[in-house]
Design a protein around this ligand. Structure first.
Ligand code: AMP
Length: 319
């Protein structure tokens, strides 16, 4: 089975990305054919700084290698021009009516006349990302479900109007991975684009920074022997710390104070991140190695996607 996953380089990767996405991706890459990409084109849909984007892409490519995703085909989206080429053909298949209905555009851009046109069309680029690799099943969280439904609609319409070119992907619910919450706002997800980084542990945070962030994590005023327990509704901060501890291989068994819990979480997170940071440092000193892995990945992607793009071009009347 083919898996495709793209990560948007709009911020530094977090512990949430690691436990919720990168670790499961690493496991998947052992058994399945996986294409993992850095979605640099998608990072251009909102105001951006070219120099920062370059830095974030470099950091992300290095980190994907550092966490051990190399059994997969690793690539940078813009190095595979088929993504933007197919996106245009699909824009000629999509209707403005359906793009107007995209919730993310409605919420994030429609009311602002300076919104980039690419924010309006990015669900079509996402459809191209998926359809190029003939992914049969696409695991998506709720926030992306509408976009994958659009992908299906576009594939079905294209196939009906111009001939059977695309595999219509089935939408599947992702296996429940760890969901890491912000240490300061434990009812919201730890996200790389969050404005205030005090509750976010980044993959490259050194141990003393991890310690400080965890030490300041929001808990509650419970005391007593059973204060350390999971209860997402009434104890979101403590629940999150216990979840992180277990996801990093530790256990809250026998821990009764928040101080001890935080110390255990710090140790477990530092241990989880140490090998990634060690490998990152080695790779950062050898950027040619990262470049060659990603060059080979892009070459493989160009090879795999060429027949799909060519079939679409011919079907629509360009060849
Ligand atoms: P994002 O950083 O939101 O673009 O997400 C990239 C990937 O990381 C997606 O697969 C997300 O589901 C996953 N992810 C992001 N933040 C978290 C989090 N706090 N906990 C678990 N998974 C996350």
């Amino acid at each position: 089975m083919t898996h495709l996953s793209l990560l948007k380089p709009t911020g530094h990767l977090t512990l949430g990305n690691h436990l919720g996405a990168l670790r499961p991706m690493r496991e998947q890459a052992v058994d399945d054919v996986c294409f993992y990409g850095v979605a640099d084109l998608h990072a251009l849909t909102v105001a951006h700084d070219p120099a920062r984007l370059r830095i974030l892409v470099r950091e992300m490519t290095t980190l994907l290698l550092a966490v051990g995703l190399e059994p997969a085909t690793l690539f940078v989206q813009s190095h595979v021009p088929a993504h933007s080429e197919l996106a245009y053909l699909l824009e000629c298949t999509a209707h403005t009516g359906e793009l107007n209905r995209m919730i993310q555009f409605k919420e994030k851009g429609r009311s602002n006349p300076a919104t980039r046109a690419s924010l309006y069309t990015y669900p079509v680029l996402m459809a191209a990302d998926i359809l190029l690799y003939r992914a049969a099943r696409v695991p998506v969280g709720d926030d992306q479900r509408q976009h994958v439904e659009l992908t299906r609609d576009l594939a079905l319409r294209f196939n009906r109007e111009y001939g059977e070119v695309f595999t219509v992907p089935e939408i599947v619910t992702p296996a429940a991975g760890a969901r890491v919450m912000d240490l300061q706002y434990p009812t919201t997800k730890m996200g790389k684009s969050h404005e205030n980084g005090a509750g976010i542990v980044y993959l490259l945070d050194p141990p003393d920074v991890v310690r400080r962030k965890v030490a300041r994590a929001v808990t509650d005023s419970d005391t007593g022997p059973d204060a350390v327990r999971r209860d997402r509704a009434t104890k979101p901060g403590v629940t999150n710390l216990v979840d992180i501890l277990e996801a990093c291989g530790g256990s809250a068994e026998g821990i009764t104070s928040y101080g001890a819990l935080k110390a255990a979480v710090t140790d477990a997170v530092v241990d989880e991140l140490a090998p990634v940071q060690r490998r990152y440092a080695e790779l950062a000193a050898d950027p040619g190695r990262v470049d060659s892995v990603f060059a080979a990945g892009a070459a493989r992607c160009r090879e795999v996607t060429a027949p799909v793009l060519e079939a679409a071009r011919i079907a629509i009347g360009l060849g």
